[in-house]
Ligand binder design. Structure first.
Ligand code: SF4
Ligand code: SF3
Length: 550
């Protein structure tokens, strides 16, 4: 039977090769085709926008927003709603038409590529979607490099969108994203030039994570050491998941004095570390664990759930909580209510709050606290203590274990690895990977907790800032001379931009697991191994030995 889809963008790609009938994530083949068509249209819009920009035309905010949102909605587990994706296709084709008209008036010659020439209506979308996916590039290595860039751009788009919602943007990042997409649509380059573009993507990744850090801390203050309650209160609650802090703020404001509490799930946990959110008494705690535990944890939460970004796990058909699921921003799920924003960027969560009022309080599944808030500002305040611990040998090694969590059994490796680490090591983490070991009670070294959580996956930037600071303090020439080992878990495309960003900062010998990306062809993987000494993971015992930790 002819494969109806091909997707290999995440760590769960079927058989380590690619999903061809339906995604392991739950993405249906028709949704995958709609996303492929949307990416085709995004390449078209970007190609014209790039030509207009090169000709000196001013920034087009509508185009910038469209490209960012469209890329974001194709990230793993962000959007399962065909109609919302196809509406973006409609919008993109209309934008492209306007831009082509503009170029024609200005006498700007545009490249003759399918991304600009094709036009069709909804009846033709499905057939076109089948033709313009990942496999349109026949050469395995070029496909690998181009997709590596696109996945990096998707992660970058997600982070840029969060920053933009907080009033921060950077035209150079928009320009780069569109330039890179235009290059993919129009250029036939030798492999080494694609590698160059991969590295450039990493450079912009650093830029965008720094921008988001500025946006988050500029609006909500610097994260501080915080004990987060993992138990529950007696009042009904709303569970908020994802990475969008603007939504977090709005929800906290709108739930004040309503008798409804607010809890975070998965990647939203670090919201508790920000001074601007800590002040709310009804911001009770973090409920549950990483994204993939949704089916059980949402059922026992009892109240409404708001998805601000990926990751959504499709609920089982009989899941009662589906009625209480809300999506917003780039996310979508068929049958779930989508919350829009008005022209001032405001959202109205009153429906979510009303539903919450009629729900039972969450059922307690854990109790106690976990500690976090070790972003760069907080860690640098403790710098003397940290440097001292390294100098006296109390801390022998830092292990960066940032990244994503996922449902694969092989991820038990990370729990076991953390558990087996010698007591003179400290884990630096960010992202939902932390749920594999943040409740293990690993203790502290001279008062410094052995798991330092900087925040969300984008806060991996904080870990880079900390490393660069330590390099300066220890007067080293190279970031790789630091006593830091990188053992990173990845799942989706935000982790791809984090990885490329670390590479662009010169970090070598990153270990990536639980499996290497299916989208790395053997030759591309070899380039990464030869240039950056990237490696996979082995067994816990062999890796501890490899890292000199036994
Ligand atoms: Fe498969 Fe991952 Fe693509 Fe989903 S996002 S279809 S699991 S490769
Ligand atoms: Fe997690 Fe999806 Fe990647 Fe943001 S929420 S790190 S997996």
């Amino acid at each position: 039977m002819e494969a109806k889809m091909f997707c290999y963008q995440c760590q769960e790609a079927a058989k380590g090769v690619g999903c061809t009938l339906k995604g392991v994530c739950g993405k249906e083949s028709h949704t995958s085709q709609a996303m492929d068509l949307l990416l085709f249209v995004v390449r078209g819009v970007s190609t014209v926008a790039d030509s207009l920009r090169t000709a000196g035309e001013p920034e087009n905010d509508e185009v910038n927003k469209f490209v960012i949102d469209a890329l974001f909605c194709t990230i793993t587990n962000a959007n399962f709603d065909d109609e919302s994706i196809l509406k973006r296709v409609d919008k993109g084709l209309e934008l492209r038409r306007i831009l082509i008209g503009q170029a024609s008036v200005l006498g700007i010659k545009l490249p003759e590529v399918d991304e600009l020439l094709w036009s069709g209506d909804r009846s033709e979308y499905e057939t076109k979607g089948e033709l313009v996916g990942v496999l349109r590039e026949a050469n395995e290595d070029l496909r690998s490099l181009k997709e590596l860039i696109v996945y990096g751009l998707k992660g970058m788009a997600a982070y840029l969108e969060h920053a933009m919602r907080l009033g921060y943007s950077d035209t150079s990042v928009h320009a780069f994203i569109q330039y890179a997409l235009a290059t993919i649509a129009t250029k036939s380059l030798p492999a080494d030039e694609w590698v160059g573009l991969v590295l450039k993507t990493g450079e912009y990744g650093v830029k965008v994570m720094a921008l988001l850090d500025e946006a988050n801390t500029g609006n909500y203050g610097n994260p501080e050491i915080t004990e987060v309650n993992i138990g529950v209160g007696k009042r009904p609650g709303i569970l908020i998941s994802g990475h969008d802090l603007k939504d977090m703020e709005e929800l906290l404001k709108q739930t004040e004095d309503t008798g409804v509490d607010v809890y975070t799930h998965s990647e939203m946990l670090p919201a508790h570390y920000y001074p601007a959110f800590k002040k709310y008494d009804h911001f009770v705690g973090n409920y549950g664990n990483a994204w993939w535990k949704q089916r059980e944890e949402f059922a026992t939460f009892n109240g409404p759930i708001l998805f601000t970004t990926n990751c959504i796990v499709p609920p089982l058909p009989n899941a009662e909580y589906k009625e209480r699921m809300f999506t917003t921003n780039a996310t979508g799920y068929p049958g779930c209510k989508y919350i829009t924003q008005d022209e001032n960027g405001k959202k109205d969560f009153s429906e979510v709050i009303e539903i919450a009022k009629s729900c039972a309080a969450p059922t307690e599944i854990e109790h106690g606290t976990i500690i976090g808030g070790f972003a760069h500002n907080q860690v640098l305040q403790l710098a003397d203590k940290v440097v001292d611990a390294v100098k006296t040998g109390a801390i022998r090694r830092f292990i960066v274990m940032a990244g994503c969590d996922g449902r694969m059994k092989s991820r038990d490796y990370y729990t076991e690895f953390a558990r087996m680490l010698p007591k003179d090591t400290v884990i630096l983490t960010a992202g939902c990977a932390k749920y594999r070991y943040n409740k293990l009670q690993l203790g502290d070294v001279n008062g410094i907790p052995r798991v330092l959580d900087a925040g969300q996956c984008n806060d991996s930037y904080s870990l880079a800032v900390i490393a660069l600071k330590l390099k300066e303090v220890f007067q080293l020439n190279d970031i790789n001379e630091l006593p830091i080992v990188y053992n990173i878990a990845w799942y989706e495309q935000k982790a791809v931009i984090v990885l490329l960003a670390l590479l662009s900062l010169g970090v070598q010998k990153i270990h990536l697991g639980p499996t290497l990306p299916a989208f790395l062809s053997p030759n591309v993987a070899k380039v990464l191994v030869d240039t950056f000494h990237i490696g996979g993971i082995g067994t816990v015992e062999s890796d501890l030995e490899l890292f000199g930790l036994v």
